[in-house]
Design a binder for this molecule. Sequence first.
Ligand code: PLP
Length: 457
Amino acid sequence: MSRIRKIYLDESEMPRQWYNLAADIKTEPYMSPDGAVPPIAWAPVFPMNIVEQEYSTQRWIDIPEGILELLSRWRPSPLHRAYALEEAIGTPAKIFYKNESLSPAGSHKPNTAVAQAWYNKEFGIKRLTTETGAGQWGSALSFACSLIGLECKVFMVRVSFDQKPFRKLMMQTWGGNCVASPSNETNAGRQILEKTPDTPGSLGIAISEAIEQAVSDKTGQTRYSLGSVLNHVMMHQTIMGLETKKQLEKVGIKKPDIVIACAGGGSNFAGLSFPYVYDKLHGAQIEIIPVEPASCPTLTRAPYVYDHGDTAKMTPLVAMHSLGHSFVPPPIHAGGLRYHGMAPLVSKAAMEGLISPRSVHQLECYEAGILFAKTEGIIPAPETTHAIAVAIQEAKKAKEEGKEKVILFNFSGHGLMDLLGYDKYLHGQLTNYELPDEIIRQNLEELKGYPMPASAK
Ligand SMILES: *Cc1c(COP(=O)(O)O)cnc(C)c1O
């Protein structure tokens, strides 16, 4: 029993501040046809205390006591050493994973859900609307709203609504109201259903519906909440990386050599890695790898452009890597990694060469997920298997090189609600899908005439 498998922190050791990368790298402004979007323009969409955070360039931001209290229900989360996985690979590398699967909703998403619900409540809001892909975010926000006493309305991407009834039931258990998107409840939804009644839906469509419903509430008591992409969400998630630093220090490790996380909108990646991007900006040698599906290759194959965050073009233009706002991804099982865009801060970090994006195919991911389940024991979410696949690639490389590297990855969530995907994999019903160049090119044509981000020119 001399080996330490899990590194814990006391509740009293929880970080008291979030790290805001916007203090250290500059992103391009949100744009509308009238020019840069001022904070006040967001007032119908988000409460102003959150808008203020979205625009903040202060490096460290205090976490309010009320939010620390909510987070302490499951945080700090343990950091595990993956001895069994290391042995199965036969690698000299030390593999660590931050275990975010222990939150009530089963992923990292409650870290920002409780913060956002808390700020909305402070501002006097009564009801939140949102979208959800695989159902992880919808369940996290339903959970947070139930703790705080807010109503929660969730537009769930049709294909997941049909494939994942249990996520919907989690939302309902926490008192959330979940409908399939596109729905008949909004103009955006009705228009899309008229044109394409059989659409599997997309995050871009569900976002349009959720925003429309929030801003059209005439009482002014509804706001919208986004589970990823925006600066304030990236910042709320940094509690993971800040905890991890303390945990690695406890076992005498000054820094990891490689930091890995899957990237859909970018939040679990940002949360673990941004505190290390800060170190890298100050000279540390760390390879930082966001991992995305080859079927939705935003960072690895899409250009850095101005695009809308949603299909109905309700959001301002956002400078980011984008496959085009009408992109409807193929229905692979990693529902949470199918967004057409990427967080502006993650996109900019990629443009500045601070991070090294990689894509993987779904069969390699499931294979990695199953090796992880059979060695470490926890069944990973399909999204999380992308990070595991690259951790295994790097562990094998370390073996070839005979190097004792420290590999850190984010175990963003468990897969207990996603077993249908495993069933399909185990029955040989899944295939790899590489998005053809032609489809990317066609989709990007809709961006003709949009401004280009200054740093992309
Ligand atoms: C939502 C989700 C993701 C992807 O979202 P990001 O914002 O990129 O983190 C990854 N893993 C799990 C388990 C998720 O629920």
